[in-house]
Design a protein around this ligand. Structure first.
Ligand code: ATR
Length: 270
């Protein structure tokens, strides 16, 4: 890629952001369409977020993704919000026009990745583990699809706080509803480390369960699901689909999943 005086700048704001895969596949997407643009990581200390965010517009940056821990703060600073971002309460995609436009594409990424695995999910019963930041996009997508959603969270109060807004059925123990659900979604950070506890007895996963983990790797939960013959998927495809959707918001162009996937596999292999 050659940078010139006309090169447009895009990026991602987060803290930390060094391990983000978005710069890899978003730059591959610009290259695929021969767009003169570059996508760069911006690691911003929380105390500097407002200055950095508003400074992007002053610098003529065209668009950014927002990741942890800034998705709620970004929402506050946008002039316009799409309906989904408003309902989820978080912005992961920003387009800088005359006004600052905030979008959420996490829910689309989740829905597309889940549908690739499961097909139609209308009226399915789902158990969501976790009620943190990532969960809101998941709850929104599932309730939009008409799923019956159970939620379990270590701190039950957080689940109760979101229950009415997203029509959730709060459970005190995941195992109480395992036999009743078609799909299990992990939105907690449990499984990132080998030393993490198990969220329930994973031996109870059945072959006809579908297990989706938003973590980008094969967690013990996913390992056990595969061992049991269940369908299982990690969060990488979800990340790619949310990125494809952000790219479409910025450029009006839709990059094929195969292109972004390939950019990443060569990156990971290297
Ligand atoms: P994110 O924005 O990535 O979702 P978060 O808002 O900190 O991050 O949420 C992390 C989620 O993982 C929460 O649901 C959290 O449960 P609590 O609300 O009880 O903190 C969950 N989590 C983290 N560690 C956990 C553990 N050891 N056991 C169960 N849940 C855990």
């Amino acid at each position: 890629m050659k940078i010139s005086g006309k090169t447009q700048v895009y990026g991602i704001l987060g803290y930390p952001v060094k391990h983000s895969l978005s710069p890899v596949f978003q730059n591959a997407s610009f290259e695929y369409f021969s767009v003169d643009a570059v996508y760069v990581p911006f690691e911003v200390e929380p105390k500097n977020f407002n200055t950095a965010f508003l400074g992007l517009k002053a610098l003529g940056v065209k668009g950014v993704n927002i990741t942890l821990p800034f998705k709620e703060r970004a929402l506050e600073l946008c002039d316009l919000l799409d309906e989904h971002a408003k309902q989820i309460g978080a912005v992961n995609t920003v387009k800088f026009e005359n006004q600052i436009e905030g979008y959420n594409t996490d829910w689309i990424g989740f829905l597309k990745a889940l549908k690739d695995l499961e097909g139609d999910i209308k009226n399915k019963k789902v158990l969501v583990l976790g009620a943190g930041g990532t969960s809101k996009a998941v709850f929104y997508a599932l309730s939009k699809e008409g799923c019956y959603v159970y939620v379990w969270n270590r701190t039950i109060q957080k689940a109760l706080e979101l229950a009415e807004r997203f029509s959730l059925h709060v459970v005190g123990n995941p195992e109480d509803v395992l036999d009743d659900v078609d799909i299990i979604v992990n939105t907690t950070s449990v499984g990132l480390s080998e030393r993490d506890p198990h969220l329930f007895d994973y031996e109870k996963i059945r072959e006809n369960h579908t297990v989706f983990d938003v973590i980008y790797k094969r967690t013990p939960l996913l390992e056990k699901a595969l061992e049991k013959g269940a369908k299982a998927q990690d969060g990488l495809i979800m990340l790619l689909y949310q990125g494809i959707e952000s790219f479409r918001i910025w450029t009006n162009m839709e990059v094929p999943l195969s292109v972004v996937k390939e950019s990443l596999s060569s990156y990971i292999l290297n």
